[in-house]
Design a protein around this ligand. Structure first.
Ligand SMILES: NC(=O)c1ccc[n+]([C@@H]2O[C@H](COP(=O)([O-])OP(=O)(O)OC[C@H]3O[C@@H](n4cnc5c(N)ncnc54)[C@H](OP(=O)(O)O)[C@@H]3O)[C@@H](O)[C@H]2O)c1
Length: 189
């Protein structure tokens, strides 16, 4: 059975965007980007909230010629190769290949997808992943925490979920970023 994995780059105080909606402080440097690419490489399907999808669409058309960093070019190719599902009640059309829209987040459909998928599945952004955590669907979390406090904004993790976590791995980067990899043992609202 495939795993459902929530990955987020967040501030140390746990926000994926600050109160003004900025997340430029979360942009990975080359070392972190290479690491993130290795997390993404085995993934077959990305489940996106509409807001995260609109951010990630950048990778559909960005140039992959030599003027970009190697990690950026690699990530663009990984992104284009994966299947994408966008959850939205408002989006009329998608602007990327291999992409379909779902109007409702149906936990049973996700369970079926996990059972039938050969490759692991990721989920983002934070609002959509919060639904999946609440429903006990998330098997693992990768939190990439930057050395910054932004004080307020959009939480990476939902406020109303309690869960037991098992630390599977950790890594530190030259920039001060820390990666934490957890298995979610059991979640409850
Ligand atoms: N820290 C980082 O590295 C980083 C990277 C990229 C982006 N970001 C930030 O993170 C944001 C994305 O996270 P987010 O939490 O704001 O939003 P999100 O989870 O990506 O998207 C929320 C949207 O998903 C749809 N949705 C949510 N629940 C649904 C449901 N049950 N059924 C159907 N559709 C549902 C709705 O779209 P509709 O409104 O269309 O119905 C909702 O407005 C981006 O906008 C960006 O600011 C941060």
């Amino acid at each position: 059975m495939a795993k459902l994995i929530y990955s987020a780059i967040a501030s140390l105080d746990g926000y994926v965007e600050d109160e003004q909606g900025n997340f430029d402080w979360a942009a990975p440097d080359e070392e972190v980007h290479r690491f993130v690419n290795e997390l993404e490489r085995p993934i077959g399907t990305y489940l996106y909230g509409r807001r995260m999808y609109e951010t990630m669409l950048y990778w559909e058309t960005v140039s992959t010629n030599g003027e970009r960093s190697e990690a950026s070019r690699d990530f663009a190719e990984l992104w284009r190769a994966a299947e994408k599902v966008v959850y939205s009640r408002t989006l009329q059309t998608v602007s990327s290949a291999k992409t379909r829209i779902e109007r409702e987040f149906d936990p049973d459909a996700i369970r079926r997808l996990k059972e039938s998928s050969r490759s692991d599945i990721t989920i983002g952004g934070a609002e959509l992943a919060g639904h999946a955590l609440t429903e006990g669907l998330v098997d693992e979390c990768h939190l990439v925490l930057g050395p910054i406090l932004v004080g307020a904004g959009k939480r990476a993790l939902p406020a109303n979920v309690q869960a037991q976590l098992e630390l599977l791995g950790e890594r530190r980067f030259r920039s001060g970023v820390v990666h934490l990899h957890y298995r979610v043992r059991a979640a409850s609202v």
